[in-house]
Design a protein around this ligand. Structure first.
Ligand SMILES: *Cc1c(COP(=O)(O)O)cnc(C)c1O
Length: 395
């Protein structure tokens, strides 16, 4: 709490904001954390109040003090105007897309997008009469050549899912602003701390809060934040679609937010150490991590990002399926499974050949995605080292 007015004029830094935003202890009998409001019905004291809906809360689906604590905090942290919550990260993506398109529209979708986003475009959006055209993540200002009269929006995700190509968001934003179309971004990788989408020209930012914001692999939640122009569209979509996150999940995201800054610092540090270590291993063909100076996206990452999260990829030199299984099957610290952003380390093989359409994937060796958790990185290296030895033995 500021008492000196010269102090209050200074913008607080993110580490402080993540701790203090969305909390009003003395409105809750002094308790540090807000209570979990569970509710559907909200009572109106008078006919007048019912008719004018003049009170802050009117129905559980619309908002509760618990959801407002999180949406206020995230909107401010990301530099946006208004935030809505959804039941999952994927629902954040689909709600955001449905907020802006209508039959006859076309959208430009990055080829390296999270695969279920792609599936939504190729099925539901297609059936609703919206066509999707996929583009190369490294297109930059070249996106201008793909924009047609019915192009309604450009969707970006940087770095790309699984293969970690960086997108030149400011260059794309310049084009979308000139053409008067929307720019959406899935900003999950960086979290609200390491990339500031609205300062770089994005209209709508999307997060799978399931990942770093919740941060403990114990809840599913999505977040969509818009600038003032996008906000009414998001609000309408939220109302029409009835997106309504669970109270417990919302609370877990609020709790996760309080430690996001320190967790990300460790994910960043250990992720880079591991990426460098892997780049020197004879078993590894190449590492895909924008914080490595050798990475094609390094310049953009350095220019636009405030840090790196713990998620990156690498390609093995070709090995047999048996050898690959010997590597991943008996790891002691790395788990194999979907999602990421929790405190634990994960590893997952993937093959983009089966679905990418705008950018060919020509690597011969197996690609793996790795999430570096909060364990000691030396222990993680040892686990992988033993795995590489098993891989060699299995031939
Ligand atoms: C995981 C993920 C999503 C979807 O989030 P869920 O909460 O699992 O539905 C969306 N975008 C990206 C980039 C993701 O990694």
């Amino acid at each position: 709490m500021c008492t000196d007015p010269s102090d209050s004029a200074k913008p607080r830094r993110d580490a402080t904001q993540a701790i203090h935003l969305g909390r009003t202890p003395f409105a809750n009998s002094g308790f540090v954390n807000p209570p979990v409001y569970r509710g559907s019905t909200v009572l109106f004291p008078t006919l007048e109040a019912l008719k004018t809906r003049s009170q802050p809360y009117t129905y559980g689906r619309r908002a509760t003090p618990t959801t407002t604590a999180l949406t206020d905090a995230l909107a401010e942290l990301e530099g946006g105007f208004m935030t809505i919550l959804t039941g999952s990260g994927l629902q954040a993506v689909t709600t955001a897309l449905l907020a802006f398109v209508e039959a006859g529209d076309s959208i430009l979708m990055v080829d390296t997008v999270y695969q279920p986003t792609r599936k939504f475009c190729d099925t539901m959006l297609k059936h609703l009469g919206v066509t999707t055209r996929y583009y190369d993540p490294r297109i930059g200002a070249g996106i201008a050549d793909l924009i047609e009269p019915n192009t309604r929006l450009v969707f970006t995700e940087s770095p790309g899912s699984q293969t970690f190509e960086m997108q030149d968001i400011p260059a794309i934003a310049k084009v979308t602003h000139e053409k008067g179309i929307w720019l959406l971004m899935d900003n999950t990788w960086a979290s609200p701390l390491y990339f500031k989408p609205f300062a770089h020209g994005v209209d709508v930012s999307i997060h799978a809060a399931t990942k770093y914001i919740v941060g403990h692999a114990d809840a599913m939640l999505g977040v969509v934040t818009g600038n003032p122009r996008a906000a009414p569209h998001l609000d309408r979509a939220k109302e029409a679609l009835g997106t309504s996150p669970g109270s417990e999940e919302t609370y877990l995201a609020l709790r996760g937010l309080r430690t996001l800054d320190v967790r990300l610092a460790r994910h960043h540090q250990s992720g880079v150490l591991m990426a460098e270590w892997l780049a020197d291993r004879p078993e590894v063909h190449r590492v895909m991590h924008p914080a490595l100076p050798s990475d094609p996206g390094h310049e953009i990452w350095t220019r636009d990002y405030l840090g790196a999260s713990g998620l990156f990829g690498f390609v093995l030199n070709p090995v047999s399926e048996k050898a690959l299984a010997a590597f991943v099957d008996n790891l002691e610290l790395f788990g194999m499974g979907y999602s990421w952003g929790g405190y634990e380390s994960l590893i997952l093989p993937f093959d983009p050949r089966s679905y990418r359409t705008a950018t060919p994937w020509t690597e011969k060796g197996t690609a793996l995605r790795m999430h570096i958790g909060l364990e000691d990185v030396e222990d993680l290296k040892l686990d992988l080292e033993k795995g590489f030895a098993r891989m060699k033995d299995a031939g």
